[in-house]
Design a protein around this ligand. Structure first.
Ligand code: NCD
Length: 305
């Protein structure tokens, strides 16, 4: 049985295969509409979510399956003190596959040790978010036509932004990737990504605070929100939350074919005047999240079209 806890749980050929299936799903959705007939997905979300939970549910419904679950810790037995291991063990009797989001780093991994069915990490604290990364890889592949030979700027909260950690980890396995890591000093990329991913794989990267200097060099700009819920001190959040605001004036510095991505939700870091720029693809990115999650559910359940 296979779980998806980190982006490295899938090999590069497996990711390429998922992307190929997702691209086929986009073109031929009918072909996939009964693959999961009779199967159930449980979404166990101990933290807020809009896209991840609902795109998982939409994915399972599109495949003909059904969904059950909870969307906050206080509406589950976690409020009574139940451990994630016990919860996963029990929900594994009700569902064929579980997508779990939790504020504690490593919680889905702990759940996977007792679960009788595959566990998908739908975001664990400030650590990893592998299915957002699959969404991002599909988006890049569909929009840029390749996953190698790219200069990617990641901007915002690189310290707590789990989507950033997972995306760097996944892209580090492709050829000729370069990163600009754009953040205020306090929100720089954590050591586990710098040392175990960037340095260990000799990936060229530059850390900087200013977005303007990096912008003209980028093929992809990946904006992120300052992760309010992970701050210990509200004053620090207030000071840092509007550090970057991408607007149509700044977009003039970017290449004509650069794409702007964002895992969403957006707060202030992208001004709404950028939404009409053809290079802004963050809403389309959310749509790609459904196709890739359909492909992932099929793979983890061992089902093919
Ligand atoms: C992200 C997350 O939950 O980490 N959202 C998402 O899943 N699309 C990004 C964020 O919350 O800032």
């Amino acid at each position: 049985m296979k779980h998806l806890l980190s982006p490295l749980d899938l090999s590069v050929p497996e990711i390429d295969q998922l992307i190929a299936v997702a691209e086929d799903i986009e073109k031929n959705p009918k072909k996939y509409s009964h693959i999961c007939d009779g199967k159930k997905l449980a979404t166990c979300f101990y933290e807020p979510s809009t896209r991840t939970r609902l795109s998982f549910e939409a994915a399972m419904l599109n495949l003909g399956g059904s969904v059950l679950g909870f969307s906050s810790a206080d509406s589950s037995s976690a409020a009574k003190g139940e451990s994630v291991s016990d919860t996963a063990r029990v929900i594994g009797c009700y569902a064929d596959i579980i997508a779990m989001r939790h504020p504690k780093e490593g919680a889905p991994m702990v759940a996977s040790l007792s679960s009788p069915v595959p566990i998908i990490n739908a975001g664990d604290g400030g650590h990893q978010h592998p299915t957002q990364t699959l969404t991002d890889l599909l988006t890049i592949h569909a929009e840029k036509g390749r996953l190698s030979g790219l200069t990617i700027g990641l901007c915002g909260d690189l310290k707590f932004g789990r989507t950033v950690h997972s995306l760097i980890t996944a892209l580090a396995r492709y050829e000729n990737i370069r990163f600009f890591l754009i953040s205020p000093d306090e929100l720089r990329i954590p050591d586990f990504v710098r040392e175990e991913v960037l340095e260990a794989n000799h990936i060229p990267y530059k850390e900087c605070d200013a977005l303007d200097g990096a912008l003209p060099k980028l093929d992809i700009l990946y904006m992120t929100r300052v992760q309010k819920e992970r701050f210990f001190n509200e004053e620090d959040y207030i000071r840092l939350k509007n550090h970057y605001i991408l607007d149509s004036e700044k977009m003039k510095l970017a290449k004509e074919d650069m794409i702007v991505m964002h895992p969403l939700p957006r707060v202030n870091e992208i001004s709404v005047d950028v939404d009409t720029d053809a290079r802004a693809i963050y809403f389309k990115q959310a749509q790609y999240g459904v196709y890739i999650r359909m492909a992932l559910i099929m793979k983890l359940l061992g089902l093919e079209a």
